[in-house]
Design a protein around this ligand. Structure first.
Ligand SMILES: *[C@@H]1O[C@H](CO)[C@@H](O)[C@H](O)[C@H]1NC(C)=O
Ligand SMILES: *[C@@H]1O[C@H](CO)[C@@H](O)[C@H](O)[C@H]1NC(C)=O
Ligand SMILES: *[C@@H]1O[C@H](CO)[C@@H](O)[C@H](O)[C@H]1NC(C)=O
Ligand SMILES: *[C@@H]1O[C@H](CO)[C@@H](O)[C@H](O)[C@H]1NC(C)=O
Ligand SMILES: *[C@@H]1O[C@H](CO)[C@@H](O)[C@H](O)[C@H]1NC(C)=O
Ligand SMILES: *[C@@H]1O[C@H](CO)[C@@H](O)[C@H](O)[C@H]1NC(C)=O
Ligand SMILES: *[C@@H]1O[C@H](CO)[C@@H](O)[C@H](O)[C@H]1NC(C)=O
Ligand SMILES: *[C@@H]1O[C@H](CO)[C@@H](O)[C@H](O)[C@H]1NC(C)=O
Ligand SMILES: *[C@@H]1O[C@H](CO)[C@@H](O)[C@H](O)[C@H]1NC(C)=O
Ligand SMILES: *[C@@H]1O[C@H](CO)[C@@H](O)[C@H](O)[C@H]1NC(C)=O
Ligand SMILES: *[C@@H]1O[C@H](CO)[C@@H](O)[C@H](O)[C@H]1NC(C)=O
Ligand SMILES: *[C@@H]1O[C@H](CO)[C@@H](O)[C@H](O)[C@H]1NC(C)=O
Ligand SMILES: [Cu+2]
Length: 797
């Protein structure tokens, strides 16, 4: 049998080697393959009884990962308001000098407790809430995360600082920019001093009035600088022109004038302007800038003005036949997957999983089972960095960590027929912030589709074997400011799961003056502003239990002298290497794809002695998406996960997240410093977690104007069974056909019980209903009145 497999493998290889190789004894091969062919046909016949199927399923277990309900959030908020020592002000009334609740969310249960429930019949773990509170009523304001519970709130419920979920040892982080309203006022006070210059130079005004030409904002995170031996809090701002249409293209309209402020402390009367920058010339004082401007040799740059180029509506010549309806997906026989909407539990083919939705990171998947066995305990986004560069201080000083803004608040409703097929199954996502519970209707879609290529095919002069590729996608899109991040989790019949992120929307760009080293000029007075996107995922694979090992199977060149030849031959071999310690666990994707990265259970070999495992590999976009800037002065100690392509650590309840939404407040003293996870722990056959980055080095070019397109701005990784099963699992699908033929035509068509589409499709019912778009539902939580929802469709962070 083994010999037979080898012969087959050899022939397959020569078949792809070229037409000449293919001609080698095809008949012999056909005869040899008769036996397995018949066996395969038998095992995939449709004689097996069809199981009853319902699109509605009841999860056998409670979704212990599910987001807090509105009632749970309301009771947590009420409970916290009753704790007089917290001195809370209702969020709706709170100003910069009050204490207020910012976010309420679920504290994900500890894995040990969760597994005890999921696997061992233990009790469901107690539910606990996270409460993120801003303490503004102090000279040194801070934010702090608390754990509140157990839920529901009873006399036994308590609250405590969520210190154990940090690496800093304290859930507190200083807020050096608590006075945002004052900063806004400060900015206009500053711009007021140069109003005449700005009118002359930029032809507009920035006064804070409704008819302003310019918006004023700048770096993120804040900058710390030592001045005269003291740490100062620095803010660099620039002028952005408001678009003159509905199009949200403000980030395409930087004006090239910058000012530096020292905003240390909470007394705005002590804040100072530290200089101006225009045309790559820095002026240390407003006077120096004014003098330069009034001198005759002052160099002015072209204006970066709005116009139709900002808009994303159709332009240009009509394309041939483009007015005809484009191809669409149809679902001929109805939904083929099952959903427990209340529990957010999903079953598709051999897969099942739980879904949850969080304010910080949007959708997350838990307890992904394949053929009844867990393969992934947790799969979800951790952080998204966008690190810019430029000759100016704003682009230079921008390194967004987007969980600060949150992916949940910006995961808006999706449009059926555009974002997702019309027949998709939509779910809602809810988050709790600023004492409001906001439900984004239909912001998660689930759908099956055909990716447009087969999963398997083979043919010779006697038969063809063809298998459809049917995939199942979980999708949500978060528009965080200028950018739209599309997240897909794609399940396939071969047991693989692909995680894809794509970006569209408006780039954040730079004024063109002297900026050529940092990107391309993309419009009259605009530079593309190069930047790195690094989005980190937690992939907690559990292959046949939690005790797993990360292994590298290397394809290496070697020189070998064989007993059957006196000549040494250059050839290659497979070398197996185990990553047995965290010291060796910061990894790059291999050069030339020359290594396979696997998570295996070394103690669970298959019948051939090969450990069962899952491979993890980059699948879209270039590989190796980590930050070019390894020692970012903006991110400081908050970029640990983004310094290498992927990392492996020992799973710990105290190391549940690679980043923290509040790291942005003080990146040099973060709540979670990923590098601190690495403390030489043994990784051999233990519970391990893979942390992996997707993203792109984005150097926007004219093709990013007006919007970046998803087709090129995408990146993905795929996990796939590797010696996990004894064959390709897609053999079990009925969606395949075998056609036997000879010179006199088709002799046999063998189908396996998968119905062919039939009947008439009412295409009109596949039309998107654009007027069904509804927006959000917001319920105020304090004071709580679930019967009288409070309307607020503004984005709430
Ligand atoms: C599958 O079922 C159909 C309908 O019952 C039957 O006509 C067909 O012969 C079956 N195919 C196989 C391979 O058993
Ligand atoms: C908070 O106190 C109020 C007034 O005493 C009470 O009605 C409410 O039930 C308390 N909330 C919680 C969650 O204990
Ligand atoms: C409570 O907060 C208010 C502002 O909301 C502040 O004026 C007051 O001093 C604080 N009280 C205490 C005891 O800290
Ligand atoms: C979760 O694990 C951490 C770290 O071991 C522990 O401090 C904490 O109490 C646990 N939480 C719960 C709810 O049991
Ligand atoms: C802005 O200027 C006004 C008028 O001079 C002053 O009253 C106010 O305090 C200033 N605000 C800030 C934040 O500097
Ligand atoms: C300056 O602004 C005014 C008023 O908006 C406008 O009429 C004029 O065309 C602008 N000039 C330039 C050079 O853009
Ligand atoms: C989503 O929310 C809407 C409005 O509350 C509700 O009618 C719908 O049933 C919800 N959908 C799901 C799948 O829960
Ligand atoms: C194989 O031998 C050749 C000739 O000695 C040498 O150049 C080459 O580096 C060797 N390759 C390996 C992988 O050792
Ligand atoms: C290797 O070389 C020796 C000495 O020339 C010769 O006797 C032998 O047959 C050779 N072996 C092979 C496998 O060619
Ligand atoms: C690592 O685990 C494997 C499989 O259980 C075992 O054979 C090996 O001895 C372990 N290595 C060390 C250094 O403990
Ligand atoms: C097709 O669907 C549309 C929209 O759902 C409906 O108005 C129309 O009557 C349907 N046509 C037929 C022939 O069923
Ligand atoms: C919004 O307010 C209007 C008017 O009070 C009410 O009719 C509507 O039901 C509210 N919508 C939601 C989603 O709360
Ligand atoms: Cu980009």
């Amino acid at each position: 049998m083994l010999l037979h497999t080898l012969v087959l493998a050899g022939l397959l290889c020569s078949a792809v080697a070229g037409p000449h190789a293919r001609l080698k004894s095809p008949k012999k091969w056909n005869k040899k393959t008769r036996l397995p062919e018949i066996l395969a046909a038998k095992s995939s016949s449709n004689s097996t009884t069809t199981t009853t199927f319902s699109t509605v399923v009841e999860a056998h277990q409670t979704n212990i990962f599910i987001s807090l309900s509105d009632d749970e959030a309301a009771s947590v908020i009420s409970f916290l308001h009753n704790q007089t020592e917290l001195n809370l002000t209702a969020a709706a009334d709170a100003g910069a000098w009050d204490n207020a609740i910012e976010v309420v969310d679920l504290v994900t249960p500890n894995k040990t407790d969760a597994l005890d429930y999921l696997d061992n019949g233990g009790a469901a773990p107690d539910r606990y809430a996270l409460a993120r509170i801003a303490f503004g009523a102090s000279e040194e304001p801070w934010l702090q995360d608390f754990i509140v519970g157990p839920l529901p709130i009873t006399n036994a419920s308590t609250y405590a600082s969520l210190d154990w979920a940090t690496t800093s040892g304290s859930a507190k982080i200083r807020n050096y920019n608590a006075d945002e309203d004052s900063v806004t006022e400060w900015n206009y006070n500053v711009t007021d001093t140069v109003a005449d210059i700005v009118l002359d130079l930029l032809n507009g005004t920035a006064t804070g009035a409704g008819d302003d030409t310019f918006d004023i904002w700048g770096i993120d995170p804040l900058w710390m600088e030592e001045i005269d031996g003291e740490q100062r809090v620095i803010l660099w701002n620039t002028y952005w022109r408001f678009p003159d249409s509905i199009f949200d293209g403000e980030t395409l309209l930087p004006q090239g004038l910058f000012f530096k402020s020292d905003i240390t402390g909470r007394d705005p009367s002590k804040w100072r302007v530290l200089g101006w920058l225009y045309g790559d010339i820095f002026y240390e004082t407003t006077e120096a800038f004014r003098n330069a401007w009034s001198s005759p040799d002052f160099v002015r740059y072209e204006l970066n003005l709005p116009g139709s180029w900002i808009g994303s509506d159709r332009v240009g010549e009509a394309l041939p036949a483009d007015e005809r309806a484009a191809p669409i997906f149809v679902q001929p026989d109805g939904q083929r997957f099952s959903v427990d909407e209340e529990q957010k539990y999903i079953e598709w083919m051999d897969f099942s999983f739980y879904l949850t939705f969080t304010r910080d990171t949007g959708i997350r998947l838990f307890d992904i089972k394949y053929k009844g066995e867990r393969i992934i305990y947790e799969l979800g986004l951790q952080e998204a960095i966008a690190h810019y560069a430029g000759n100016d201080p704003v682009q230079s000083g921008t390194a967004y960590m987007d969980t600060f803004y949150g992916f949940g608040p910006y995961a808006f409703e999706l449009v059926a027929g555009y974002d997702c097929p019309t027949y998709s199954h939509f779910l809602n996502g809810t988050f709790h912030a600023s004492e409001l519970s906001v439900t984004h209707r239909n912001n998660i879609c689930l759908f099956e589709s055909d990716p447009g290529y087969l999963m398997q095919r083979h043919s010779n002069d006697e038969y063809l074997a063809l298998t459809r590729n049917v995939i199942f996608t979980v999708r949500s899109v978060s528009t965080v400011g200028n950018y739209d991040y599309n997240f897909d989790y794609i399940f396939a019949m071969d047991g693989s799961i692909e995680t894809v992120v794509r970006a569209s929307g408006y780039i954040q760009s730079a004024f063109y003056a002297k900026n050529n080293d940092y990107g391309y000029q993309v419009h009259d007075a605009l530079s593309g502003s190069m930047h790195d996107h690094s989005l980190n995922w937690k992939v907690d694979l559990d292959i046949l239990g939690t005790e797993n090992t990360f292994v590298k199977h290397k394809i290496v060149p070697v020189n070998v002298t064989y007993p059957w030849s006196n000549q040494t031959r250059s050839t290659m071999q497979l070398q197996r290497e185990r990553v047995e310690n965290e010291d060796d666990a910061k990894l790059s994707w291999p050069q030339n794809g020359g290594e396979m990265f696997l998570v295996e259970n070394s103690d669970k070999p298959n019948k051939y002695g090969e450990p069962k495992g899952y491979r993890i590999a980059p699948s879209r976009g270039g590989a190796g998406m980590y930050l070019t800037i390894q020692d970012s002065p903006n991110l400081l100690k908050s970029q640990g996960f983004a310094k290498q392509a992927l990392s492996v650590t020992k799973q710990k309840d105290t190391e549940a997240r690679s980043s923290h939404a509040n790291n942005d407040y003080d990146p040099g003293n973060p709540l979670i410093d990923f590098d601190e996870f690495f403390d030489s722990e043994n990784l051999n056959q233990t519970d391990i977690v893979v942390w992996l980055n997707l993203g792109m080095h984005h150097v926007p070019h004219t093709g990013d104007m007006p919007n970046t397109v998803f087709t090129t701005a995408q990146s993905a990784f795929i996990i796939s069974p590797h010696n996990y099963l004894l064959n390709d699992a897609s053999r079990s699908t009925r969606q395949m056909v075998r056609i036997d033929y000879n010179a006199s035509g088709v002799q046999l068509v063998k189908q396996f019980g998968g119905k062919l589409p039939s009947g008439v499709v009412n295409l009109t019912s596949s039309q998107p209903d654009f007027f069904a778009y509804e927006g959000d539902i917001a319920t105020r939580k304090f004071p709580y009145d679930p019967l009288h929802p409070f309307n607020d469709t503004e984005s709430i962070v």
